[in-house]
Design a protein around this ligand. Sequence first.
Ligand SMILES: Nc1ncnc2c1ncn2[C@@H]1O[C@H](COP(=O)(O)OP(=O)(O)OP(=O)(O)O)[C@@H](O)[C@H]1O
Length: 473
Amino acid sequence: MTYDRFPHFGVLLVDDEPAFIRSLSLALERHLGVNHLYRCTDSREAMAMISKEPIGLVLLDLTMPHVSGKSLLESIVEEYPAIKVIVISGMNQLETAMDCVRKGAYDYFVKTTEQSRMLDGIRRAIRMQEVNLENQEMRRRFFSDQLDRPEVFAEIITQDKGMHAVFQYLESISKSSQPVLIGGESGTGKEAIAKAIHELSERSGPLVSINVAGLDDNVFADSLFGHHRGAFTGAEKSRAGMVEQAGSGTLFLDEIGDLSLASQVKLLRLIQEGEYFPLGADRPKLSRARIVVATHQNLEQLQYEGRFRKDLYYRLKTHQVELPPLRNRKGDIELLLHHFLNEAAEDLGKAKPTFPKELPALLANYGFPGNIRELRALCFEAVSRHQSKVLSMEVFRSVFTQAGELPEEAGTESPALFEQLATLPTIQEASDLLVNEAMRRAGGNQSIASRLLGISQPALSKRIRKSNASADD
Ligand SMILES: Nc1ncnc2c1ncn2[C@@H]1O[C@H](COP(=O)(O)OP(=O)(O)OP(=O)(O)O)[C@@H](O)[C@H]1O
């Protein structure tokens, strides 16, 4: 099965004039990249074709021998309400058009309409239909917990519900031609998700990636769109850009929040029209690549500040996922520890070390600003330094210190801790509060709580006993 067909549902052209079907097919192919076409010149066969083929959109003539367009329209709307129908007729009568729309047609064009207007309408209908089918797919998946293609996500280690929901969503939009925006802090796995999106799409072209941060507009245009010979001084040969290299595959633009405003205009055109101009070209080229972008920045905020185009932002966020930071998926820490220690041991040719059982809980108290990349780096560093069977804790020590000083979500200076309090707690009360909080974070494990507090386990135990005794008095 090939997925290089666009759109992923079929477009059926029904008209008794073969010449009109030929010229419309050509325009659809050339200007919209539509190549998933079915043609029918005998209206008696149209319903049978619809029942056999995966049709999502019908472009329908009205005046035809045998079965009229109006009666076909009625049958399609009744039997296949999910299919969109655009009537393309020779009749330039408002009343006929109104009647078709009342009967359920999505749009109506007169054959003499300017071609670009008709193509814009067809493009709109394709987009709408894509969104409708994706919504249906999402509803279907909502009630199932299963992934259709778990192997695609095999390298993304997680048991987090939020990540699982992201995977399900990505499966439901896998065949869409619309862009995907991946958000999330640095190191949360955005690039790994872009690879999964590409794999899920089953497109035959490659995944071509570029980091657009810091590219000036000329370099951006040249990298993406390529140039013709002689387009600028030094352009001795024509060179294909990344859009062309991606072919029917995926173009992944990382750090999209850093794209200059001038380049944003060019990207918008590429997404909206599916067209681009190589430097020095006087005719646009058609792009078939799906666009996936990622950023650790808040695009909505950038858009308010005038640093990101609103129209581009809205086009990009047609499909959007936000990867949770590691501190919000603490259940993954132990899994990732095992995974990265294995990977590091294999890479460095060492035996996989075991780690103290309290290590995951201790790490769970750290904010991980560098997210999974940071945890991975810590594991590699620890394995490269370790000698004996049990992993050396030396590498993690700085993290524990910070975890103690900067409990998650914090980052506040100590005075802010007390700002809300009209009267300060006594030393004893503050100590009890700290002990309780440390025990809560350590899941009741005194040995972990004592490390969080920077005291020995017997000392903590003594404090707990003392606190309990005074509470009993
Ligand atoms: N869930 C995961 N399981 C295993 N490895 C992961 C996971 N998430 C991320 N990684 C690894 O962590 C590292 C960072 O991931 P990645 O480059 O995808 O992050 P990113 O969000 O794109 O970061 P940046 O915003 O800095 O580009 C990579 O080595 C990646 O393979």
